[in-house]
Design a binder for this molecule. Structure first.
Ligand SMILES: Cc1cc2nc3c(=O)[nH]c(=O)nc-3n(C[C@H](O)[C@H](O)[C@H](O)COP(=O)(O)OP(=O)(O)OC[C@H]3O[C@@H](n4cnc5c(N)ncnc54)[C@H](O)[C@@H]3O)c2cc1C
Length: 458
């Protein structure tokens, strides 16, 4: 059995960031990743791999819940089981969690996060992302985004900014196709530290204060002085529940699962562009929602896509657990709070349709039917210039979080699991509340926080 100071389970957004931070501090680390090393470029960086963004086309896609519970967390919601995880698929949107949601986080974590532009962890990550992209994240990506920002501001949304994205436009490939990439922390992890096709199954705390990490099938194991679980919101809980049962430590029977509440509308507009233009038009604390105005170009036509993303609070209406074989299953629906957010989003979406001069705003306020995005796009193409509404099922945003909240019954406010040896958890799974912001800026910052705490205790 190999001895190692720190083992990180999972190599996605959180695992990559934790491992990169530990490696920067000179601590030997090993990253155990269930999936293969299918290359470390972002899927959009090569025209031939862009199709992998569709889970149905991606051999590395693995659903969270099988059979799918439907309608939420359906069979298209899951992990990308490969080195880099979903950090090789994301769109790069970087927003801090709003103060109204952070009030429910432990004070020590809130203070360490600080804010973008400050000296805390949000500030450090923001600076690193600006170094990587080679531009300030609040400057437009291109002329089209700049024009969209001017339009939105001139229509009564004077506080609008570009949507901060850690994205680099890579330009034309020889076939004339555009490509882009979003930042991935896995680039900062020494290649020799990563073991691929190493699905962790058991974590066994030893009396000497170490943890034995065993691969599925019992073929291999390593012994570590600290283990950081970065296997995603569902699988972190699965590994912990298994370790708890094995060690005789009480673990919860069910776990919260939270995604974002999204409704929007699309309208066909002239003009296709190489890369989506995205403007953050509204940040509404009362509606616990942000609204993005985007122009995307697909199949030869431009598409104006205006969407509100709201906070889902952890609640008994949205939970998962495990069957006797340890397979995850979930019961997910909208709570009263969720319905209130969705109701307020109607007004925000209607106001933007009216302000942007797109027909159909009044229908949005009364709409009963919020079909999926593809249906809305077909409707929009049949009636150019008219808003066609859509709604997203829970799970489809890939923002699942809040199963093992910091400062909660299972994980303390340093990220350490209570009563199970030197086991830590990182990633969206430890958010106490998700706010309306996309999770990854916070995931990257929190991964540094957990890494700091691991280093302190080693
Ligand atoms: C298309 C798309 C667009 C997105 N856009 C945005 C965006 O613009 N902004 C934003 O903030 N977020 C975005 N996200 C969400 C973001 O990517 C996720 O929130 C983030 O990747 C989650 O990080 P994680 O480390 O928890 O999980 P992941 O990145 O999924 O990594 C988990 C890793 O753990 C591995 N693993 C699981 N179980 C085991 C095991 N037992 N043993 C070993 N390894 C294991 C998995 O194979 C995987 O590699 C997007 C996601 C997708 C798919």
């Amino acid at each position: 059995m190999k001895d190692i100071p720190v083992a990180v389970v999972g190599s996605g957004m959180s695992g990559g960031a934790v491992a990169a931070e530990l490696a920067r501090s000179g601590v030997p680390v090993i990253v155990l990743e269930a999936g293969p090393d299918s290359g470390r470029s972002h899927v959009a960086a090569k025209p031939e791999s862009a199709v992998l963004a569709d889970p149905g086309a991606d051999a590395d896609f693995a659903p969270f819940f099988a059979p799918a519970p439907g309608p939420h967390y359906d069979r298209r919601c899951g992990l990308r089981r490969r080195v880099g995880g979903r950090s090789l698929y994301w769109r790069g949107i970087c927003l801090p969690i709003e103060p109204y949601a952070l009030t429910d986080w432990p004070a020590a974590v809130r203070q360490r996060l600080g804010e973008p532009g400050g000296t805390g962890l949000y500030g450090q990550v923001w600076e690193e992302l600006e170094r990587w992209t080679g531009r300030a994240l609040l400057t437009p990506l291109d002329d089209r985004e700049s024009a969209l920002l001017d339009t939105v501001r001139s229509r009564g949304y004077g506080d609008a900014t570009v949507t901060p994205r850690s994205v680099r436009v890579l330009g034309d490939d020889p076939r004339g196709e555009f490509s882009w990439e979003a930042y991935s922390p896995v680039g900062g992890v020494p290649a020799a530290s990563v073991r691929d096709r190493w699905p962790v199954e058991d974590l066994v705390p030893a009396p000497d204060g170490t943890v034995e990490v065993r691969a599925a099938g019992g073929a291999e194991s390593v012994r570590a002085r600290a283990v950081v679980l970065c296997a995603g919101t569902v699988h972190n809980a699965r590994l912990l529940a298994r370790a708890g049962h094995r060690a005789g430590v009480a673990v919860p029977g069910t776990y919260a699962i939270v995604d974002h509440l999204v409704r929007g509308w699309v309208a066909a507009v002239p003009g296709e562009g190489p890369v989506d233009a995205s403007v953050l038009a509204v940040r509404d604390a009362a509606a616990r929602s942000n609204v993005m105005v985007e122009i995307t170009g697909t199949e030869g036509t431009g598409l104006l896509d205006v969407w509100a993303m709201g906070e889902q609070l952890p609640s008994p209406a949205s939970q998962f657990g495990f069957d006797e074989e340890g397979r995850p299953h979930c019961t997910v629906g909208h709570s009263v709070n969720d319905r209130e957010v969705l109701g307020r989003q109607r007004e925000l979406l209607r106001a933007l349709a009216d302000a942007l001069g797109v027909a159909g705003g009044a229908d949005l306020a009364a709409a009963e039917d919020w079909p999926d995005f593809d249906t809305a796009v077909s409707r929009a193409r049949r009636s150019p210039g008219r808003a066609a509404p859509y709604g997203c099922r829970l799970g489809s945003l890939d923002h699942e979080s809040c199963s093992l909240p910091l400062g909660g019954p299972v994980v303390d406010d340093t990220g350490r699991v209570r009563g199970l040896g030197p086991l830590y958890v990182a990633g969206p799974s430890v958010f106490p509340r998700a706010g309306a912001a996309n999770p990854s800026l916070t995931t990257l910052a929190l991964s540094r926080y957990v890494a700091e705490n691991v280093l302190r205790e080693l």
